[in-house]
Ligand binder design. Structure first.
Ligand code: COA
Ligand code: ZN
Length: 311
């Protein structure tokens, strides 16, 4: 097998945006620098959103200025509008990750405007960037909206097509609040891979209802090779009721590695980092492998087992 997979860790953006306590800038920088040596293809460092909307990431410039970039790792940032793009340029981000929702209600809640206004705004950003930096567009709530319910695949494909027509390099299909199921994921991924063979397609899952890794499996079996994950399984959209963590990077990577996929990741380094995360954020985190250890981390048998064996 050995298909090469590409992971993007979003803990310092999707993860930290929803924390109740501000994570000190130097802690963010240290974590990103450590993630840079784990083998990630990409790291979503921060977001250039309004500091009033997302105060936890108000230090975006400082973080971008202080991290030590490792060649081969792309440092991407979330950009909601033109002002965000200007800031991302100054910070020399490697990729701009633009965002809008496929659900009208979630777009109004999260970005305070309707989808058409968002699309027009993001088109202006793409025009302004003028291919100087690769653009990725994240389509939120693509598998369902916590306020509206179903989002049809046709709507997702329509926005994907409109952004493809604007020349974006990639699209991230986001299950913002963990509503996707594996059958739905299979159908979505097959359709998008067929329709957009030239685009970098990334899948972004949240484990809100315990379906995260099943959805990763469905996507990888459909042919997807790019995934977002979050160290420790932190994360969530502050404007989505009941939102909770992304799939844990280390849990997903551990699973795929055990299945024979080439994730490019140094798993023991990654798990070591995941084990430091509760200290950084000040609470327990959902990821499971960091607690249980890898399947190949064996435990000594109790002494009576040897006695039984000797009988
Ligand atoms: N960077 C810094 N400041 C920004 C900004 C940006 N990208 N975009 C807007 N602002 C500031 C404006 O300067 C203005 O400041 P002021 O009140 O001091 O004049 C204020 O934010 C409001 O600006 P406005 O253009 O009216 O934007 P808005 O209030 O409609 O906000 C968003 C639009 C999208 C920028 C804002 O809602 C946002 O950042 N949301 C966060 C979305 C997000 O990251 N969600 C989670 C991840 S999906
Ligand atoms: Zn997310």
């Amino acid at each position: 097998m050995m298909t090469r997979l590409y992971f993007n860790d979003v803990v310092t953006r999707d993860g930290f945006q929803i924390e109740t306590n501000f994570i000190p800038t130097d802690d963010k920088v240290k974590l990103i620098d450590a993630l840079s040596h784990c083998g990630f293809a990409k790291i979503e460092v921060t977001s250039f959103t309004s500091p009033k909307a997302i105060p936890m990431l108000r230090d975006a410039e400082e973080v971008m200025g202080k991290i030590q970039r490792v060649p081969g790792v792309e440092y991407t940032v979330l950009v909601p509008n033109l002002r965000g793009a200007e800031r991302a340029f100054e910070s020399k981000a490697d990729e701009f990750n633009l965002v809008m929702s496929t659900s009208e209600t979630h777009n109004l809640a999260n970005l305070r405007m309707g989808r058409e206004k968002s699309f027009a705004g993001l088109s202006a950003v793409i025009q302004y960037v003028d291919a100087r930096v690769p653009i990725n567009v994240s389509l939120s709530t693509a598998f369902g909206c916590p306020m509206e319910g179903e989002v049809s695949q046709a709507v997702v494909e329509e926005f994907a097509q409109r952004f493809a027509d604007l020349g974006v390099r990639g699209l991230t299909i986001c299950d913002t609040t963990g509503m996707a199921n594996p059958e739905q994921v299979k159908q979505m991924c097959e359709a998008l891979l067929k329709r957009f063979p030239a685009l970098q397609l990334t899948l972004h899952f949240h484990n809100t209802r315990g379906m995260g890794l099943a959805n990763v499996l469905a996507a990888v079996q459909a042919g997807i090779v790019r995934f977002d994950g979050s160290l420790g399984g932190l994360g969530g959209c502050p404007y989505a009721p009941g939102a909770s963590g992304n799939i844990s990077s280390e849990d997903a990577i551990h699973m795929l590695d055990a299945m024979g996929y080439d994730t490019g990741i140094n798993i023991s380094k990654l798990i070591g980092l995941a084990r430091q995360l509760p200290t950084i954020v000040g609470h327990a985190v959902p990821g499971q492998v960091a607690k249980a250890g890898c399947t190949y981390d064996l435990h000594p048998a109790p002494p009576y087992v040897e006695e039984l064996r000797a009988r």
